[in-house]
Write a protein that binds this ligand. Structure first.
Ligand SMILES: C[S@@+](CC[C@H](N)C(=O)[O-])C[C@H]1O[C@@H](n2cnc3c(N)ncnc32)[C@H](O)[C@@H]1O
Length: 326
């Protein structure tokens, strides 16, 4: 992204923190997160910080409160450094594009359904606020699946936003929101979903955003297979992002599952229609990648089978955005 490009945040001069974000109640909830949560759970706040700081592209007015001050400051500092260094990509741009891609594909999937209400399952929902920000969910039942303590703190943070901030005017957009406390490692999450009201025969959009690569390989495959098995009888859509092998191979990487060919993988699981996009493709661009020298444009020009960029010897780290339906 060039310095002059219109896709960099205009506000990078100064970080603004709202009153609710700096209130004692919100600070105390975030202190708990920092002291007690592991990196898996805390990754939810990092993601929310990305949405908050890319607010010129992503409309998520509660993301900042859900992210918390320290994650906002840390990402803000990275973005500021990128800007000062004239970096071609500003930190967080992948998150912004990814969020916008999931938003647009989710809306299209719901529009394609003939019956109402639709179900939307956010697996590893983290600090996702779609139920509060997307009008397209007005006839949908949204299920948020994540660890119990994460869902509890999230509910408390949302309560603080609602009571203390008139300016935010936050209200539920979804028809209903059901929080399902479950650890995907325990294998009973579909059962828990069903006990919470999820109906396998109802049209469903599965949203797996920023979750699969945090899981061990076997578990990620089990999750995908469980979803695919339930999608055979009714029209459902799976939206998921996948890292390729080079993306998880850094020595200090916390990422585990990867797929170089997630489109083939999902086809082999029984999905009849699979569409794969890369960051920077026409449907995964959103005007945020205007510099033609951008890393993502370079990657898109190289064959997907290529693991190393022949020009500079760097690994081809890719994030695939995949939509699958039956
Ligand atoms: C990077 S965050 C992404 C959150 C959200 N989907 C988003 O895009 O903002 C990953 C989320 O997956 C959740 N997660 C990771 N492993 C999990 C597991 N075994 N069971 C339930 N949730 C899990 C974490 O708690 C976290 O909220």
């Amino acid at each position: 992204m060039s310095q002059e490009g219109n896709s960099s945040p205009a506000w990078l001069e100064e970080l603004q923190l709202s009153d609710v974000l700096t209130s004692d109640a919100v600070r105390s909830l975030h202190a708990t997160i920092e002291q007690e949560w592991d990196f898996l759970r805390r990754s939810a706040c990092q993601t929310a910080a990305g949405r908050a700081l890319w607010s010129h592209a992503v409309h998520d007015p509660i993301a900042a409160v859900l992210a918390g001050e320290s994650y906002l400051r840390s990402l803000y500092e990275k973005m500021r450094q990128d800007k000062l260094n004239n970096a071609q990509e500003i930190s967080g741009v992948i998150l912004a594009v990814r969020t916008l891609w999931f938003d647009s594909r989710l809306e299209a999937a719901i529009d394609s359904f003939v019956t109402r209400p639709a179900q939307v399952v956010l697996l590893g929902a983290g600090m996702d606020a779609r139920a509060y920000r997307l009008n397209c969910l007005k006839e949908s039942i949204v299920f948020e699946v994540d660890f119990p303590e994460l869902l509890q703190v999230k509910a408390s943070l949302l309560k603080e936003v609602m009571v203390s901030s008139k300016e935010h005017q936050i209200s539920m957009r979804a028809k209903s929101l059901i929080r399902v406390a479950a650890d995907l490692r325990e294998g009973d999450w579909i059962e828990k979903l069903q006990k919470s009201g999820y109906l396998p025969e109802r049209q469903t959009v599965w949203v797996l955003e920023g979750i699969l690569y945090y899981l061990p390989h076997l578990l990620a495959m089990q999750v995908l297979e469980a979803i695919a098995a339930g999608c055979t009888s009714t029209h459902s859509v799976l939206l998921a992002d996948f890292m390729n092998k080079s993306s998880v191979s850094l020595s200090d990487s916390t990422f585990q599952f990867y797929s170089d060919w997630p489109d083939h993988l999902l086809s082999s699981m029984g999905y009849g229609q699979v569409k794969l996009s890369q960051i920077g493709d026409p449907d995964a661009h959103f005007g945020l990648l205007s510099d033609s020298q951008n890393l993502f444009h370079k990657l898109r020009r190289l064959p997907r089978s290529m693991e190393i960029d022949p020009d500079d010897g760097t690994p081809c780290r890719r994030l695939y955005l995949v939509e699958a339906s039956n």
